[in-house]
Design a protein around this ligand. Structure first.
Ligand code: B1M
Length: 211
C-alpha cells in the first residue's frame, strides 16, 4: 500500500509532522490500526534499527525517527486498544541502582517498542527489588538492565540473585547490556541474554517473548 510505504520512508527521515498527517489520512481511508502500525511505522523503525546496528545511521537519526514513530503511535493508541492488538510481550526496563546514564536505555526502549513489545520504563537508579516488584506487577516476560559504569554493573548480579528467590523465576528472563557489559560478564552472573546495542536488544527481546 503506497501510503504505508511513504509513511515508513518519512519516519526514517524523522518527519514527525508528515508522519502524523499520513497516519490520520490512513485512518480516514479506513486502514486498520494494526496495518498502519506494522506496515507503516514499525516497518520504518525496523529499517532504522538495522541501519543503526550496521553503523549506517547514528544516535541523532535514531532519535528523530523514534520521535516520528511516537507521534504516529500516539494517534493509533486508542484504536489499537479497541482493535485489541495484543502486545508481543512485556519488558521491565531500567538503568541499575547507582547509575544515572539513560540515553542508551532510552534507545533500547524505543527499539523494543518499535518491535511491538510493551516496555515498562523504571527510569534510572533502579534497585533489584524494584525490578522484581515491577516484573511481578506487570506480568513481565523480561527484566532488561542497563549499566554504563564498571562500578554499577554488578547490580545486575543483584537482580539475577533477587529473581532466583521468587515464584516468577522460571518465566522471566534477565537481559543485560551497556558499554562495560560483555557476554562473559553476562555468563558469569547467570543472566539470560547479553546484547551489544539497542537494535540487537530489541531483536533478542522479541525472540525471547515469542519463543
Ligand atoms: Co558518564 N561515564 N559519568 N555521564 N558518560 C561514561 C559512561 C564514561 C565511560 C566516561 C569516561 O570516563 N570515558 C565513564 C564510565 C567509566 C567506567 O565506569 N568505566 C563515566 C563516568 C565515570 C561518569 C561519572 C562517574 C562522572 C563523575 O561524576 N565523576 C558520572 C556517574 C553518574 C552516575 O551515573 N551515578 C557520570 C555522569 C554522566 C552524565 C550525567 C554527565 C551523562 C549522562 C546523561 C544521561 O545519560 N542522561 C554522562 C554521559 C553522557 C557519558 C558518556 C559521555 C556517554 C554515554 C552515552 O549516553 N552514550 C560516557 C562516555 C562514552 O560512552 N563515550 C560516559 C550514548 C549511548 C547511546 O550509548 O549508553 O553505551 P550507551 O548505550 C548503547 C549500548 O551500551 C547499548 O545500546 C546503546 C546503543 O545502541 N545498551 C544496551 C545500553 N543499555 C543496554 C541494555 C541492553 C542492551 C544494550 O539490554 C538490556
Amino acid at each position: 500500500m503506497a501510503i504505508l510505504q511513504e509513511m515508513s520512508e518519512l519516519l526514517q527521515k524523522g518527519r514527525a509532522k508528515q508522519v502524523k498527517e499520513l497516519v490520520n489520512q490512513a485512518i480516514a481511508e479506513g486502514l486498520s490500526a494494526k496495518d498502519i502500525l506494522e506496515e507503516g511505522l514499525l516497518s520504518g523503525m525496523g529499517i532504522i534499527g538495522e541501519k543503526f546496528k550496521n553503523n549506517e545511521v547514528f544516535v541523532p537519526e535514531v532519535l528523530v525517527a523514534a520521535r516520528a514513530m511516537n507521534a504516529g503511535v500516539e494517534l493509533l493508541k486508542p484504536l489499537l486498544v479497541s482493535e485489541g492488538v495484543a502486545s508481543k510481550g512485556t519488558v521491565v526496563l531500567g538503568t541499575v541502582k547507582g547509575d544515572l546514564h539513560d540515553i542508551g536505555k532510552n534507545l533500547v526502549k524505543l527499539m523494543m517498542e518499535g518491535k511491538g513489545l510493551k516496555v515498562v520504563d523504571l527510569g534510572v537508579d533502579v534497585s533489584a527489588e524494584k525490578f522484581i516488584a515491577a516484573a511481578e506487577e506487570n506480568d513481565a516476560d523480561i527484566i532488561a538492565c542497563s549499566a554504563l559504569l564498571t562500578t554499577t554493573m554488578n547490580e545486575m548480579k543483584a537482580v539475577v540473585d533477587a529473581l532466583s528467590g521468587t515464584a516468577i523465576k522460571d518465566r522471566v528472563k534477565v537481559m543485560v547490556g551497556g558499554a562495560p557489559v560483555t557476554q562473559a560478564f553476562c555468563d558469569s552472573i547467570g543472566a539470560d541474554c547479553y546484547t551489544e546495542d539497542a537494535a540487537s536488544a530489541a531483536d533478542a527481546a522479541l525472540a525471547l517473548c515469542t519463543a
